[in-house]
Design a protein around this ligand. Structure first.
Ligand SMILES: [Zn+2]
Length: 253
C-alpha cells in the first residue's frame, strides 16, 4: 500500500522509512472533446502514478486535480487556477511531504498547460530547498494533440467506462485567427499567440493546425500499446532514482 490517501499514519511512517521517493500526480479538470471526461488529465496522471507506485514501492500522493486551463474556459465544466496560485500550492504540497523524509519529488503531470510551471517549481525545490525534483509526463512522448485518437485511446484503456465513443468526432483544426491566415506558421513553432481552444476548434479537440484529428480512430488496444511500454520506462527511471544517493542529485552550491 503506497497511496497516502489509503493508509494510516502508522503505515506512512513505515513507508517513509523505506523510501525517500514520492510521486505527486498533477492534472487538470478541463474539456476533452465531446466524448472524454473532464478529468482526463488528472485521471491518467493518477492511474500512472498508482501503477508505478505499486510496482516500485514508492509513496504516491493524492492527485492535484485542477491546474492551468483557462484557455479551455469556453467549454462548460472546465476549472482552473491562476499559474502563480498553482505554483505556490504545488510547492507547498511538495514541501509538506518533504518534512516526512521525502527527498526526491517527482511530479507525474497529465496536462501540458502545467508543464512550464511545474518545471519552475521543481527548479526551486532543487536549488533552494535541497531536494531533487523532476517532472514526468503522464502521456508517452510523441502523443500529440488534445482529446485526439491517442489520448482517447489511453482513456479507453485505463477507464473506458468514462468515454462515450458514440460522441467522438473528427475535427479539422483552424489555422488562422479572424482575418489572419497564418498559413504555414501554425499555432506552435514560427508564430505563436496565446490561443484559447475556441479560437482553433469548435469541438474542443486539438492537434496540428489545418489537419484533421480523428478521435473516432481511438481504441482500447491502441491505449494499451501506447501506455504499457511507457509505464515500464517510468518504472525503470524510478528504480534508478531509488538507488541513487540524493546528495549526488542536488544542485551544486
Ligand atoms: Zn489532456
Amino acid at each position: 500500500m503506497v497511496q497516502l490517501a489509503e493508509i494510516s499514519w502508522i503505515d506512512a511512517e513505515e513507508l517513509f522509512k523505506r523510501t525517500d521517493v514520492v510521486l505527486i500526480p498533477v492534472g487538470s479538470t478541463e474539456q476533452h472533446g465531446p466524448h472524454n471526461p473532464l478529468g482526463t488529465d488528472h485521471l491518467v496522471a493518477g492511474a500512472l502514478a498508482r501503477v508505478v507506485g505499486e510496482r516500485t514501492g514508492v509513496a504516491v500522493l493524492p492527485t492535484i486535480p485542477i491546474g492551468i486551463s483557462e484557455h479551455h474556459r469556453h467549454f462548460p465544466g472546465t476549472l482552473w487556477v491562476p499559474p502563480a496560485v498553482f505554483r505556490e500550492y504545488v510547492k507547498a504540497v511538495a514541501l509538506s511531504v518533504a518534512t516526512h523524509g521525502a527527498r526526491k519529488i517527482i511530479f507525474i503531470n497529465g496536462h501540458g498547460g502545467n508543464t512550464a510551471s511545474l518545471i519552475e517549481v521543481a527548479g526551486e525545490l532543487r536549488r533552494t530547498y535541497k531536494l531533487f525534483s523532476a517532472v514526468i509526463m503522464a502521456f508517452p512522448p510523441g502523443m500529440v494533440g488534445h482529446a485526439g485518437a491517442g489520448e482517447t485511446s489511453v482513456n479507453l484503456y485505463l477507464h473506458g467506462r468514462l468515454v462515450s465513443m458514440d460522441r467522438a468526432v473528427d475535427t479539422r483544426q483552424r489555422e488562422g485567427l479572424g482575418p489572419l491566415k497564418m498559413e504555414g506558421l501554425g499555432r506552435v513553432g514560427p508564430a505563436q499567440f496565446p490561443w484559447d481552444t475556441i479560437d482553433l476548434s469548435d469541438t474542443g479537440v486539438l492537434g496540428a493546425a489545418g489537419e484533421v484529428i480523428a478521435s473516432t480512430k481511438a481504441s482500447e488496444e491502441e491505449g494499451r500499446r501506447l501506455m504499457e511500454p511507457y509505464i515500464e520506462e517510468v518504472c525503470r527511471f524510478i528504480e534508478e532514482l531509488k538507488a541513487a544517493r540524493v546528495e549526488e542529485l542536488l544542485s551544486k552550491p
